[in-house]
Design a binder for this molecule. Structure first.
Ligand code: SF4
Ligand code: SF4
Length: 429
């Protein structure tokens, strides 16, 4: 694609990067066929190619974002299916991230929208505040029908109960069982530890059982992805810096052997810290080291090899989270581990399509998100599994809202198969 940035514009490293990405696009349109919003809405401007044109026009003219551009960029899930399909290697993720920041800096949204996005950016990354907000939402849930459509849809997503806070998120070192094979840091995250603390508990058990010393580092917290995808760049960078500083200081400044992430949306973000801080001399080296050490839990368990798994024979539908399959290109490991652990793993049709969760997307675009969820659930139910496994809390919550089949994290099944307790969601089955 030909671009027309001025030399002055290209002096900005972010515009230079956007120019490089735009020039790689050859307008072929292959990406449209696998884009969930284009598949649903059939509008070129809701396809990757259409959005790329909108972003090009906005950045080249150096103008504030307009309502049309905002509408179509907001409808993008950042699922990155287009990046998997693109034959030219267009780095759509960095382009749309840039566009979201530009929109946040130059566009004034209607007051309700502005307040909602600020509230989500402030509450979701802070487990204490998020817990309080969920308690409020649970109390208000019976009145959801009387509230404006958007608020009502958000309340319906609130769970009907909350687990007690878990010790697994408290900073400490969990020693390895037997010989220490790796010293790892675990990202305990934000929303996940409130909604499903059993995921971190299972992760710590399975890692220590496989010879890992697991550190939950003081000062580490939310990865910043939720605010990053809202275009709130400075808070996202502050969270990233806190994590980089906390992990880099471990083991007398040598850092851990691996940084383990068990929410794939967060994994994509941590693996991108190096890019995020590439132009910052104070943080670039440490950020690059953190990104190089980051692993999805399925990657590190594949590296270690599963220990004496029990045979269960249960049929698992593996739902490949977009951030894992498209964002991190981790596709084989979770299925191979589940198979090695004795489960019968079923692929689901249209596995490349997003379930509609996408960070805060199901809160901000509830109609499209609900259509995608129903399509995903129908595809999953078509293979009649006993249980659904996913590697991302967002997908788990979204899918669980549309089916009676139990939904668990992949690591819960791997922990169970190698000596841990049966996942609570499977009790009585
Ligand atoms: S990230 Fe997903 S929703 Fe956005 S343009 Fe790409 S394929 Fe479409
Ligand atoms: S597939 Fe790649 S090169 Fe083709 S239009 Fe989409 S982004 Fe551009």
């Amino acid at each position: 694609m030909q671009t027309n940035f001025t030399l002055a514009q290209l002096a900005d490293p972010d515009i230079k990067e956007a120019d490089k990405i735009l020039r790689a696009c050859v307008h072929c349109g292959f990406c449209t066929a696998t884009c969930p919003t284009y598949v649903l809405l059939g509008d070129e401007l809701d396809s990757p190619r259409g959005r790329i044109y909108l972003i090009k026009d906005m950045l080249e003219k150096g103008r504030p974002a307009d309502a049309r551009t905002v509408k179509h960029i907001d409808r993008c899930l950042s699922c990155l299916s287009c990046m998997t399909t693109c034959p030219s290697g267009v780095h759509y993720m960095h382009l749309v991230d840039h566009a979201r920041t530009h929109i946040e800096e130059t566009y004034t949204r209607p007051p309700f929208e502005r307040a909602l996005r600020r509230m989500l950016g402030a509450v979701l990354p802070r487990p204490g505040l998020f817990r309080l907000a969920l308690v409020g939402a649970m109390l208000a849930k019976p009145f959801a029908r009387m509230l404006p459509a958007r608020l009502g849809a958000m309340l319906r997503l609130a769970p009907s109960g909350l687990p007690s806070p878990s010790q697994s998120s408290v900073p400490r070192v969990h020693p390895a069982e037997g010989e220490t094979r790796l010293r790892v840091a675990l990202l305990t995250g934000c929303a996940q530890q409130v909604l499903s603390p059993q995921i971190n508990e299972a992760t710590i058990r399975v890692l220590t059982r496989h010879g890992c010393e697991v550190t939950v580092a003081e000062g580490a917290g939310c990865c910043g992805a939720l605010t990053h995808h809202l275009g709130q760049e400075e808070p996202a960078r502050a969270m990233a810096r806190a994590n980089i500083a906390a992990w880099s200081a471990l083991y007398d400044g040598r850092g851990p052997d691996r940084i383990i992430v068990n929410a794939s949306g967060c994994g994509t973000m941590v693996k991108d810290y190096g890019f995020m801080f590439r132009s910052n001399p104070e943080w670039a080296d440490r950020a690059a080291r953190v990104s190089a050490a980051a692993r999805d839990i399925s990657e590190v368990l594949s590296e270690l090899g599963l220990k004496a798994p029990a045979r269960t024979g249960m049929v698992v539908a593996y739902q490949s989270a977009c951030s894992l399959q498209h964002g991190q290109k981790v596709t084989k490991e979770p299925k191979a581990l589940l198979t090695a652990a004795g489960f019968t793993v079923k692929d689901i049709p249209e596995a490349h399509l997003c379930c509609g969760s996408a960070g805060t997307y199901n809160l901000l675009q509830p109609e499209i998100a609900a259509q995608l969820r129903d399509r995903k659930v129908a595809n999953i139910e078509s293979v009649a599994p006993d249980v659904i496994a996913s590697g991302n809390i967002g997908c788990m919550t979204q899918i669980a809202g549309g089916t009676r089949i139990p939904v668990v994290h992949t690591v819960e099944l791997l922990d169970w198969a190698t000596g841990g307790p049966m996942p609570e969601a499977l009790a009585g089955r």
